[in-house]
Design a binder for this molecule. Structure first.
Ligand code: APR
Length: 184
């Protein structure tokens, strides 16, 4: 099993222990992957989210998976893209890191992410992929207990960019540590 991987699929069907939702600060649902997750998880999810009372950009909150296969849903809020000069990379990195820290704090060892901020929020995929992968790989290096983190891209084109950015920036240095069977 690769500790980091990029796959194409529908994240609502994930078999990871936790999936990440690209939500907005209200946590009350929306379109895109957020809408798909709420539809698949059922109305109980909205009740849980309501009780949480929102989430600032760059942070993360945990709910159960309700009717999903995944036991947990980690809701995070990525930044809206305003051209890149308004702290977007730091906020996006913080969203990924917060999700992984929350997962680790709850003993979760497999996490699937959608491509946060690259739909309705307009973050260019190439830039988002670089930020996402840097944050995920840094976390994996520091947390051997995290077995697997995957990017689950809805479209092949998005997955292609995540793979390309991984190969361009990270594969040479990380391959021997991450493209291997997890021994734990
Ligand atoms: N599985 C995996 N990925 C999906 C799925 C799915 N079922 N459905 C959509 N996606 C992908 C989109 O193709 C995109 O690449 O999720 C990525 C993120 O897009 P959005 O869902 O639009 O998320 P984001 O850009 O972070 O915008 C968040 O959208 O609906 C709202 O409430 C949400 O206001 C928030 C905003």
């Amino acid at each position: 099993m690769k500790r980091f991987d990029v796959i194409v699929g529908d994240i609502t069907q994930s078999d990871a222990q936790a999936i990440v939702n690209a939500a907005n600060e209200t946590l009350l649902g929306g379109g895109g992957v957020d809408g798909a997750i709420h539809r698949a998880a059922g109305p109980e999810l909205l009740e849980e989210c309501r009780a949480i009372g929102g989430c600032p950009t760059g942070e993360a909150r945990l709910t159960t998976g309700c009717r999903l296969r995944a036991k947990y849903i980690i809701h995070t809020v990525g930044p809206v893209w305003h051209g890149g000069q308004q702290g977007e990379p730091a906020l996006l990195a913080s969203a990924y890191r917060s999700c992984l820290e929350l997962a680790a704090a709850h003993g979760i060892t497999t996490v699937d992410f959608p491509s946060i901020s690259t739909g309705v929020f307009g973050y260019p995929v190439m830039q988002a992929a670089t930020v996402a992968e840097r944050a995920i790989l840094a976390f994996l290096e520091d947390h051997p207990e995290m077995h697997q983190v995957r990017m689950v891209c809805h479209r092949e084109e998005t997955a292609r960019i995540y793979r390309q950015m991984y190969n361009f920036w990270f594969a040479a240095t990380k391959a021997d540590r991450l493209d291997v069977e997890h021994k734990g």
